[in-house]
Design a protein around this ligand. Structure first.
Ligand SMILES: [Fe+2]
Ligand SMILES: [Fe+2]
Length: 360
């Protein structure tokens, strides 16, 4: 490998100081993630020297007018201004089958096969290297037999949700980038759970996919306040969840929890979403710790973003609870990064896809 340009090395080191400014550099996991970021950026920026020299890791911001913030009560907002999207009917049918002890694999494949677009996506996903099934899976009934109903339920949920939020102004967030961050978080979480010997891993993928969904509700319904929060974080170099609380009086984790309640998804999942930035307070500490770490890994990789520009602080309690040897971080990242594009390209709806978009 050619020796990297000294100016590029200097710039990446400065970027790391900025990007990781809310983390504890003395922590072994943070040092490892910063080191991985350094290595990835050196090879990326050396190959693209012209862009690298001028690229800013955090955009410039105008001064912000904090006097214009009017924090509001979330319950009042939910009653008056915010509309939460509803899940498609097909998902409700699948959910009913999940809770019906008499339902059969045949019932599942009947419901799913009614939706050809969903069927095609599911079959593509279960045949990827990420899922790692040895034989080719060609039909939904075959998928039900091989991967089971819980895994299919998780994938149906993921596919349905990705189609719900489609009209977010791109000035606030790029949707492809948002979903890449979320899908990558779910994939990392699933891999970590596998390393820890967890058997029901699909819940980790769903939790990762949904962890920042509250942000989409904010972007969709409160675009002015979302813009103020983004400007605040750029100007003060603060974390976006702190900026949300400053501007709105609550952050995306609270609204995310509420949307999961509305969708009648398991309360444990809603707890993981609510506490993913403060896993030590979660009633589901282990699952929350894994999502917390996966989110930090995705932010450190800068592979997609939900709007956050910095790496959020790592809870040492969560890190200890997961009990992952530090060298496994790079193993998991290397294994997963190459698969994120593939899964994202299947799951993220293309702009021309014309799927339904309904609200309560
Ligand atoms: Fe978050
Ligand atoms: Fe996140």
């Amino acid at each position: 490998m050619t020796k990297p340009d000294a100016k590029i090395v200097e710039k990446i080191k400065k970027d790391i100081q900025l990007l990781f400014r809310h983390t504890d550099f003395k922590h072994e996991a943070i040092r490892e993630l910063a080191n991985l970021y350094f290595q990835r950026e050196v090879s990326k920026q050396t190959n693209n020297m012209q862009n690298a020299a001028s690229a800013r890791i955090i955009p410039e911001s105008e001064e912000v007018d904090e006097g214009s913030y009017h924090p509001v009560d979330l319950d009042t907002l939910l009653r008056t201004q915010i509309k939460l999207p509803s899940l498609p009917t097909i998902f409700n049918q699948i959910m009913e089958l999940m809770t019906d002890p008499d339902s059969s694999a045949h019932d599942f494949s009947n419901v799913i096969s009614n939706d050809p677009a969903l069927t095609a996506r599911l079959l593509k996903i279960v045949n990827t290297a990420f899922y790692g099934y040895r034989s080719q899976i060609d039909t939904i009934s075959h998928a039900v037999m091989i991967i089971g109903t819980s895994e299919l339920y998780a994938l149906c949920l993921s596919t349905s949700i990705l189609a719900l939020f489609k009209d977010i102004p791109s000035i606030l967030v790029d949707m492809t980038s948002f979903w890449k961050h979320s899908i990558g978080c779910g994939m990392m979480a699933r891999k970590i759970a596998a390393r820890k010997g967890e058997t029901n891993r699909e819940r980790f993928f769903v939790a990762g996919l949904l962890h920042d969904i509250g942000r989409l509700v904010i972007y969709n319904n409160l675009p002015n306040q979302a813009h103020q929060a983004i400007s605040y974080t750029t100007y003060h170099k603060d974390l976006l969840y702190n900026a949300e609380t400053r501007v709105l009086g609550f952050d995306h984790t609270r609204i995310g929890g509420r949307i999961l309640d509305k969708w009648k998804l398991p309360g444990k999942l809603a707890d993981v979403i609510r506490f993913h930035h403060h896993p030590e307070d979660s009633p589901e500490p282990f699952d929350t710790a894994i999502i917390h770490l996966s989110d930090i890994m995705m932010n450190a990789l800068k592979l997609g973003t939900s709007g956050e520009q910095f790496v959020p602080p790592l809870s040492p309690v969560a890190w200890k609870m997961i009990g992952l040897p530090v060298e496994m971080l790079s193993e998991i990242i290397q294994e997963t990064v190459s698969q994120i594009e593939e899964i994202s390209s299947i799951l993220i709806p293309r702009k021309q896809d014309n799927q339904s978009h309904r609200y309560y």
